[in-house]
Design a protein around this ligand. Structure first.
Ligand SMILES: NC(=O)c1ccc[n+]([C@@H]2O[C@H](COP(=O)([O-])OP(=O)(O)OC[C@H]3O[C@@H](n4cnc5c(N)ncnc54)[C@H](O)[C@@H]3O)[C@@H](O)[C@H]2O)c1
Length: 451
């Protein structure tokens, strides 16, 4: 590939050259944003036989990667070290190297701002870098989750400000990341990839590229369809989780175990998919993405009542859990104030080290506001990092028999597989379980309160 930016050559040769480079794997794949999505994507393309370039503005992350050190638990340091040494993965904070990449895949964050509206600054900033160094013969793909219209209305004008022409000089597509971090059954390469292009050439090129790395490519008619597809997937989860959370509260009043109900219902071989209640939504996707859609709807003068209601129910879950915990302590003659409570699990879901939007932080805060002496234990998160809305400087406590016995209550927020639930119930005085993690525990069930 020519490294000289903005040298014009005939369009067909750009397209043909890229398609050939994707097919024979001489193309270099650039990924912007080396986080929970970007790093597994690098791994996918390295496994497929491509050389990769990883860009991140966080120079600490780049230094750690260059030193062969992973900061994501399910990506091994050994793998990073080997790839960096063998030149299969070059991490860098130097955006002027963008022209080296034939495909540039954007995997930057898409959070909400303080008024809970989409915050596209990461997408805009990284696209400006791409535009600055855009050269003829590059494919740009947005992978970040966002509302329908972002690729066309936000990314395309920035790229066009380079003076290069879509479909002639550069190609633009959207393909949502469907990463399920920590799930060994679904590595990125095994998950079908939906792809929408800004034009036919962009779609064909993006489909060709992903087809080399993942099990199946699902081409759709536009970037908007691909963008909407991802939001629908996450909204579907948020709404269904809200439904089972509401049913949990109802059934609990009636003395019915919602987990047993769901396990029975899921034996139906069609028409039912199991979702499970919990202490509230967590992670970078499910609590956030549906609000990208409601923002878009508001802009069009429409409302998204399912999303709003689901948000309301899911957001109320930590308070419900604390109310149940308060009742359980009351039953044994203890007020929350001055009680010792250990929260088990700070990650937003089992077996990962990602604390983003984890309900554990809200649970700890609510308990502290009530005067409890709160600790936590999470083998994946040795100390609680500063979060957007929480700064709780706690270190993970080791779960010894003595420690468990010293607590007035143990609150299971995340059902990590590494927790020994028999041991926990044996030594704790009281266990409040928000995940049905203690389902298989036989002895000491009288100490367990589901919430
Ligand atoms: N984490 C998941 O499970 C998951 C799953 C599917 C989709 N997504 C979506 O993928 C996107 C990325 O999520 P993530 O979890 O990987 O985020 P992350 O925070 O783990 O990683 C994003 C990275 O982008 C870097 N970055 C930010 N601005 C940059 C810029 N201008 N230039 C270069 N690098 C920049 C950050 O330093 C960070 O390392 C989001 O839109 C998210 O909704 C995430």
């Amino acid at each position: 590939m020519a490294d000289t930016p903005k040298t014009r050559v005939p369009a067909d040769s750009e397209r043909g050259h890229l398609a050939k480079a994707f097919a024979d794997k001489t193309a270099k794949i650039g990924v912007i944003g080396l986080g929970y999505v970007g790093l597994p994507l690098i791994r996918t393309f390295v496994a497929a036989g491509y050389k990769t370039l990883g860009f991140d503005i966080d120079s600490t992350k780049v230094k750690r990667l260059l030193a062969g050190e992973s900061y994501i638990e399910h990506i091994s340091s050994q793998w990073i070290g080997n790839c960096v040494r063998e030149g299969k993965f070059q991490p860098t904070a130097d955006m002027s190297r963008l022209p080296e990449a034939d495909a540039v895949l954007l995997c930057v964050p898409t959070p909400l701002n303080e008024t809970r509206d989409p915050d596209l600054t990461y997408i805009e900033n990284s696209t400006r870098w791409v535009a600055k160094y855009l050269r003829p013969g590059q494919l740009v793909v947005l992978e970040s989750t966002t509302y329908p219209g972002t690729t066309r209305d936000v990314i395309l004008p920035i790229l066009q400000s380079s003076g290069l022409v879509l479909g002639k000089d550069f190609f633009l597509a959207y393909s949502p990341e469907r990463e399920d971090p920590g799930n060994p059954d679904f590595p990125a390469a095994g998950i079908p990839k939906v792809v929408g292009g800004m034009d036919q050439a962009s779609l064909d090129l993006a489909a060709k590229l992903y087809g080399q790395g993942v099990v199946e490519v699902i081409p759709v008619s536009s970037c908007e369809v691909a963008e909407a597809c991802k939001i629908v997937e996450n909204t579907y989860r948020a709404v269904n989780i809200a439904m089972v959370n509401e049913l949990k509260m109802l059934f609990s009043r009636m003395g019915i175990d919602v987990w047993e109900v769901i396990d029975a219902a899921k034996t139906k071989p069609f028409g039912f998919q199991a979702f499970y209640p919990g202490p509230g939504l967590g992670g970078h996707c499910i609590p956030i993405d549906p609000f990208y859609l409601s923002w878009l709807a508001r802009r069009a003068g429409l409302s998204t009542r399912f999303i709003e209601l689901a948000g309301e129910i899911n957001t109320a879950m930590p308070q419900y859990v604390i109310d149940r915990l308060t009742e359980a302590l009351n039953e044994v003659g203890k007020p929350v104030k001055d009680s010792k409570v250990c929260v088990l699990g700070a990650a937003y879901k089992k077996d990962i080290d990602d604390p983003r939007e984890s309900p554990a932080f809200t649970l700890i805060t609510l308990l502290q506001q009530r005067g409890a002496e709160v600790s936590y234990s999470d083998p994946h998160i040795p100390r609680l990092p500063r979060m957007r809305q929480h700064n709780i400087p706690l270190e993970s406590s080791p779960l010894t028999a003595e420690f468990l016995a010293s607590q007035d209550c143990v609150l299971i927020a995340t059902d990590h597989s590494t927790f020994d639930y028999d041991f926990i119930v044996e030594h704790a005085k009281l266990v409040v379980d928000t995940r049905n993690a203690t389902a298989a525990v036989r002895h000491g069930r009288e100490k367990i309160q589901k919430a």
